[in-house]
Design a protein around this ligand. Structure first.
Ligand SMILES: *Cc1c(COP(=O)(O)O)cnc(C)c1O
Length: 410
């Protein structure tokens, strides 16, 4: 039988994977038309994109921002989250989920993730609720939707807000409704690596007009739709998108439904194949996720059974022609920002905050499921899922080859 490519055999998969971002003449034409119109600033195209994207995710209102990070910050401000409030977040995510909480002088409280979804665990959320808890930020990891039924129920009982960090879930749906406005509001990012992109950019979605108005005000210098141009009501910022960016994301959004179908189709093929490989755990199938946006496809390795280090498996897959990524390599709270927080973070909160001068000690935080997941998870990036079915069959054969030749890696 053919030896592993890592050991000199022939690679099982010789696909050249798509590059990212993708564009064509529609982007070229749209960008030129903004240029030549001379209307570069915050106008019709931003408004068109906000309406189209909100409708696409089944939300009533959309407010664009400069990034997913600033979208989270504006959303928390709009909900009145501030000094001394606690916000429950998962540790298996990008920094912004928790740093946005610090930015509004509130306290991120970490609740663990579930082992078979890698999304926030509702039972641990319940354990982390205190009288100071004001909101929960579930992350729809890789496009997988966190258990919104239970989270909405918990939030209702404890009078908490839900801000969905939907920065991986363009197109994802929970029981037919798009992510983003299942909670009080939700945020998306259009940074360069994301499934629709304008290099940088973000949006807040909500069904609540009052929240939408406050988000608009925070992102537009504290103005009000009823006030004068030079009349400022809130301490906001300038987080406006440009017409160039809006033109780009409009084009990208038009391509997204078809791309999502391809990614879902290919992910289902990978699911079926990896489920049969001993030592690989795929994510739990949840029929309430009626569309899955797939920013990446995560799977977990049972490293004890496999008796091969994760990096060695990655190298073997890479040699066969299959790119995988480690993804988040530490729980958020393991970052120096939290571990050495005397210099930064909550220590800087204003005098009105009960944590002023007395920040929570993140050195004692432990989320064991996350701590395990950062050791044994690999991601297949969304671009890989955008290939014809034949390429995915070739990817699957590379997996089958590596996992039937593990003895060569020991
Ligand atoms: C990308 C991302 C963000 C932040 O988005 P930016 O546009 O890069 O600021 C927030 N949360 C998650 C989970 C992300 O992946």
């Amino acid at each position: 039988m053919n030896a592993l490519a890592l050991n000199g055999g022939n690679p099982a998969c010789t696909v050249s994977w798509p590059s990212w971002p993708q564009w064509d003449d529609t982007e070229r034409t749209a960008l030129l038309s903004v240029l030549e119109s001379g209307k570069w600033w915050y106008g019709d195209r931003v408004c068109q994109f906000e309406q189209e994207f909100a409708a696409f995710q089944s939300a009533r209102f959309g407010v664009t921002t400069t990034s997913g990070t600033t979208a989270l910050e504006a959303a928390l401000l709009a909900l009145g989250v501030g000094a001394g409030d606690e916000v429950i977040v998962p540790p298996y995510t990008f920094l912004a989920t928790a740093s946005a909480v610090l930015r509004v002088n509130a306290i991120p409280v970490f609740a663990d993730v579930e082992p078979d979804t890698l999304c926030i665990d509702p039972d641990d959320v319940i354990r982390k609720i205190t009288p100071a808890t004001k909101a929960i930020i579930p992350v729809h990891l890789g496009g997988y939707v966190a258990d919104m039924d239970r989270l909405v129920d918990i939030a209702g009982k404890h009078r908490l807000f839900i801000v969905e960090d939907a920065c991986h879930s363009w197109g994802s749906q929970w029981k037919g409704k798009g992510t983003g406005a299942i909670g009080d509001c939700g945020v998306f990012s259009f940074q360069a690596s994301k499934n629709i992109s304008s290099a940088e950019g973000g949006i807040i979605l909500t069904d609540n007009e009052d929240i939408a108005d406050r988000c608009r005000s925070y992102t537009n210098c504290g103005r009000s739709k009823h006030g004068d141009w030079y009349e400022h009501f809130l301490l906001g910022s300038n987080l406006r998108l440009t017409e160039f960016q809006a033109a780009l994301v409009c084009c990208q959004l038009a391509r997204l439904p078809r791309q999502t179908e391809i990614r879902e189709h290919n992910a289902a093929l990978i699911d079926a194949a990896l489920a049969n490989i001993p030592g690989i755990h795929i994510m739990k199938h949840d029929p309430r996720i009626t569309r899955h946006g797939y920013h990446f496809y995560p799977f977990r390795l049972d490293l004890d059974t496999l008796a091969v280090p994760r990096l060695r498996i990655m190298d073997a897959l890479k040699a066969e022609g299959v790119p995988t990524m480690i993804g988040y390599d530490r729980p958020l709270y393991a970052n120096p920002l939290f571990q050495e927080q005397k210099q930064s973070g909550p220590a800087s909160c204003p005098v009105s905050c009960p944590f002023h001068g007395n920040p929570p000690d993140y050195r004692s935080v432990s989320c064991p499921v996350c701590e395990q997941a950062v050791q044994d998870t690999l991601w297949i990036f969304h671009t890989v899922l955008l290939t014809p079915e034949n390429d995915i069959r070739s990817l699957i054969s590379a997996f089958e080859k590596v996992f039937s030749h593990l003895h060569e890696l020991r």
